[in-house]
Design a protein around this ligand. Structure first.
Ligand code: ZN
Length: 278
């Protein structure tokens, strides 16, 4: 068993929320206990803890408390997970984690700059014992035992610039930082009116998302030929971190998204016989 970790020094970032469009300042602070806890400094420090059964996930993964919310936590959470960071306080003065360049690279750089610090307490790991699947239409996630966190993801978009993309890898700090964190979020121009009608994507721009029109990517170049599926893996790592402990298992996702990721997390937490604690 390993020790829990926090960061050695504070890290700060600021920018626009992709859905809310608001400007937000974010501080990530060392913490000795309590896991990952969010605080809205614009609401007298209102505390948000990660409780998957009370969360919402559709176009992003969001915390909700007393009618207030924190949107788009998944890229920051994925970075904390990959760096084996168990405990931090996250302060923000608005309702959304900044989207920055649409990837997790700025968070990775901030965490590298902050450094890591070992804590006295021991860290527990969830190890998958029993296989199961969660399905919804033609989307599914299959979970099977493995000795580390392995992700295999497949997307199928009827769009010439995306098409079918598939990638499998073991998630650790190195594979995440080099192959997953730089992959940016993406969206289709045709979906923008409907998203904006739902008060989403208000802060989306060509600087913080890969944008596709009917035929092509309008703001290339890509950072990877298969950047789209790599970003889906980034989102899944962030959503799996909602389990609250590192996980050993193989997650095979087919045309999935935040909603199905969150259902998989809730199914695991509701069914302890599926896993064991190491
Ligand atoms: Zn994302």
């Amino acid at each position: 068993m390993r020790n829990k970790q926090t960061i050695a020094r504070e890290a700060a970032l600021s920018g626009t929320g992709i859905h809310s469009g608001s400007q937000v300042r974010l501080r990530i602070l060392p913490s000795t206990a309590g896991g990952i806890v969010f605080h809205r400094t614009d609401l007298d420090g209102l505390e948000f803890r990660i409780e998957p059964d009370k969360m919402a996930a559709r176009n992003s993964t969001n915390l909700i408390r007393d009618g207030h919310r924190i949107l788009t936590i998944e890229h920051l959470l994925a970075s904390l997970y990959a760096f084996d960071i168990d405990c931090v306080d996250i302060e923000l003065d608005g309702e959304e984690i900044p989207i920055l360049d649409g990837s997790a690279r700025p968070f990775v750089e901030a965490l590298e700059g902050a450094g890591l610090k070992k804590l006295d307490s021991q860290r527990e790991t969830i190890r998958i014992r029993e296989s199961f699947s969660i399905e919804e239409g033609d989307s599914w996630i299959r979970v099977t035992p493995a000795d580390s966190l392995e992700i295999s993801y497949r997307i199928e978009f009827d769009h010439p610039a995306v098409g079918v993309q598939e990638m499998s890898l073991e998630i650790n700090r190195e594979t995440f930082a080099s192959g997953i964190a730089p992959a940016r979020t993406f969206g289709f121009l045709k979906d923008v009116p409907e998203l904006r009608a739902r008060q989403l994507a208000l802060g989306g721009s060509l600087d913080n998302a890969l944008v596709l029109d009917e035929k092509k990517l309008i703001n290339g170049p890509l950072r990877f030929p298969d950047e789209f599926v790599r970003h889906k893996i980034l989102d899944l790592v962030g959503d799996l971190s909602l389990l609250g402990r590192p996980v050993q298992g193989r997650f095979t996702a087919h045309r999935a998204g935040h909603g199905l990721h969150l259902r998989t997390v809730c199914h695991l937490l509701d069914n302890p016989p599926l896993w064991t604690i190491l």
